[in-house]
Design a protein around this ligand. Structure first.
Ligand code: NAP
Length: 106
């Protein structure tokens, strides 16, 4: 759900993109590719996904009601993803969305 065309349009107009539901409402956390990247870096899946947003210059505000997860989600400033990690995550794009589509929203 990476919204590449929308991000490109934003970039051309100097608009910062905020990622709504940056963890896919939790659905992206069990993806095998994400889990493998997390294992390689010794990190949690959520941390890998948050780093992906950060490294693309996206504004990500993950939600959690769980104190340990909130701490985990903040602890993302001391590692970075490799080029191959970023490419592997880009390849996961499904073109789907969680929320309504503005072009068909009534
Ligand atoms: N303006 C809008 O219309 C709009 C629309 C959608 C989203 N948003 C914004 O997007 C942000 C979050 O969206 P969201 O709540 O839909 O989805 P999300 O942040 O993608 O995912 C939240 C889910 O991930 C779980 N989670 C969070 N951190 C985790 C971790 N480290 N390990 C495992 N699970 C973890 C949470 O569980 P627990 O809470 O149980 O820990 C919760 O189930 C908010 O800032 C929201 O306001 C805005």
């Amino acid at each position: 759900m990476q919204q590449e065309a929308l991000r490109s349009a934003h970039e051309s107009m100097g608009i910062a993109t905020q990622s709504w539901s940056p963890l896919g409402q939790g659905s992206a956390l069990s993806d095998p590719v994400i889990l493998e990247i997390a294992r390689k870096h010794g990190r949690a899946a959520a941390q890998v996904i948050i780093r992906w947003h950060m490294e693309l210059g996206l504004i990500a505000i993950p939600k959690s009601i769980t104190p340990s997860r909130i701490r985990e989600n903040f602890n993302v400033f001391d590692f970075s993803l490799e080029t191959s990690d970023l490419a592997a995550i880009v390849a996961l794009n499904s073109g789907k969305r969680l929320g309504p589509d503005p072009s068909t929203f009534a």
